[in-house]
Design a protein around this ligand. Structure first.
Ligand SMILES: NC(=O)c1ccc[n+]([C@@H]2O[C@H](COP(=O)([O-])OP(=O)(O)OC[C@H]3O[C@@H](n4cnc5c(N)ncnc54)[C@H](O)[C@@H]3O)[C@@H](O)[C@H]2O)c1
Length: 366
């Protein structure tokens, strides 16, 4: 198969859909790979690295789309990319269709096969191609939170780990899933006092078993959250109710109960956020302040650490890319139930019901 790896053109997106290691595996299996010039540059991979393992480097995005049958990338196509996608293409990437009607219409019109990373689902309901990005975001949340707690950037002026003779800072983590556990682990590593909340007792039991004693679990309820926000310096929002908007656990009136300079990193912003005052921000302008509370609400946190994120993402996507290339999308999806769940749009039809529901469209009418 002919596989194309275009350079990401979304603002501040430095990840790339395939590393030289991935190209190596594909060329070993007799596939041809076309990589756009400088596609890997932001993630630390040079054109020569790709050429050495058998890829052909092409100057323009148009050449890559023209040469390839399957496109492997990271972010959803943006408007400039819509006309490049044709009916013979299989596109394997994050799509998040439910949040963009123009993208959905464009991909329907293209008659391409769109397989979305975010809906590939294992038997136990876990989302293997989303997990590594949650791991990155959870760990990064503490790094960012610690920075914004510094006084010159309007934080409380607290060092999370404290020093001998001075108690450490306090971190409240809402949600003990992938983001929450990684955040708690990082905060605990810095020596902070950590409270982690969830409504799922199984998760809290697991955290209680594996974390050190300065990570305390507490059941998530409005009463408990109201109590804890009064004396915690850094709050991490890592809740998720699958397929739904995040619950608003921190309402506007609660901000006045927090101390000035408290920092909230709402990682759940991509699902609407778990604070009433959350609005999405970018890496260029990541924070805003309401009632003296610093809000960090960047919707694509992993994009800031592309060296790590590209490897974390491609580690999990490559086995699926190989299956799609070796077997073709129809056989690969027929044989693999997890991959089949990734099928969102096939040749002008929505095949993932939740997307049609998001726009109140009838699937049959498509
Ligand atoms: N901003 C970013 O760049 C970025 C990157 C990766 C993930 N995310 C987002 O982070 C969020 C969390 O992702 P995840 O992979 O950790 O999900 P997850 O499913 O692993 O964990 C979510 C946890 O929230 C818990 N929860 C649900 N309702 C709750 C409540 N009322 N109180 C406390 N806990 C509650 C669930 O029981 C679950 O344990 C998602 O919205 C995800 O899309 C954002």
């Amino acid at each position: 198969m002919k596989i194309g790896v275009p350079k990401e053109i979304k603002n501040n997106e430095n990840r790339v859909g395939m590393t030289p290691a991935g190209v190596y595996e594909l060329t070993k299996n007799n596939h041809e790979v076309f990589v756009q010039k400088d596609a890997g540059f932001g993630s630390g991979f040079f054109d020569e690295d790709y050429e050495q393992v058998g890829a052909t480097v092409l100057d323009t995005i148009e050449e890559v789309y023209t040469a390839a049958d399957m496109i492997v990338k990271v972010k959803e196509p943006i408007a400039e990319e819509y006309p490049l996608i044709k009916s013979h293409h299989v596109v394997f990437t994050y799509f998040h269709f439910a949040s963009s009607e123009p993208l959905t219409r464009a991909m329907l019109n293209s008659e391409a096969v769109c397989i979305a990373y975010e809906t590939v689902e294992d038997e136990d309901g876990s989302l293997p191609l989303l997990t590594p990005m949650s791991e990155v975001a959870g760990r990064m949340a503490i790094q960012q939170g610690a920075k914004y707690l510094e006084k010159p950037i309007k934080g409380r002026g607290v060092l999370l780990g404290g020093v001998p003779g001075v108690p450490p800072g306090k971190v409240l983590v809402l949600g003990a899933g992938i983001v929450g556990i990684q955040a708690a682990k990082m905060a605990a590593g810095l020596g902070a006092h950590v409270t982690i909340m969830d409504i799922n007792m199984k998760q809290l039991r697991y955290v209680n078993d594996v974390m050190p004693n300065h990570v305390v679990t507490e059941f998530s309820s409005e009463f408990n959250i109201r109590k804890r926000i009064k004396d915690h310096d850094l709050i991490i929002g890592g809740v998720l109710i699958k397929g739904a908007k995040a619950p608003k656990l921190i309402t506007r009136d609660m901000l006045k109960d927090m101390r000035p300079g408290t920092v909230v990193v709402d990682v759940a912003v991509d699902q609407g956020g778990c604070m009433e005052t959350t609005k999405a921000t970018t890496h260029e302008d990541p924070t805003y302040i309401i009632d003296d509370v610093v809000h960090y609400c960047v919707a694509n946190m992993p994009g800031a650490v592309p060296y790590t994120s590209t490897l974390a993402l491609t580690n999990v996507t490559l086995p699926y890319v190989l299956r799609l290339a070796n077997q073709g999308w129809e056989v690969a999806c027929a044989k693999d139930a997890s991959l089949r769940k990734g099928l969102n749009i096939v040749k002008g039809k929505i095949v993932y019901e939740e997307i049609a529901q998001a726009f109140n469209w009838s699937v049959d009418a498509m």
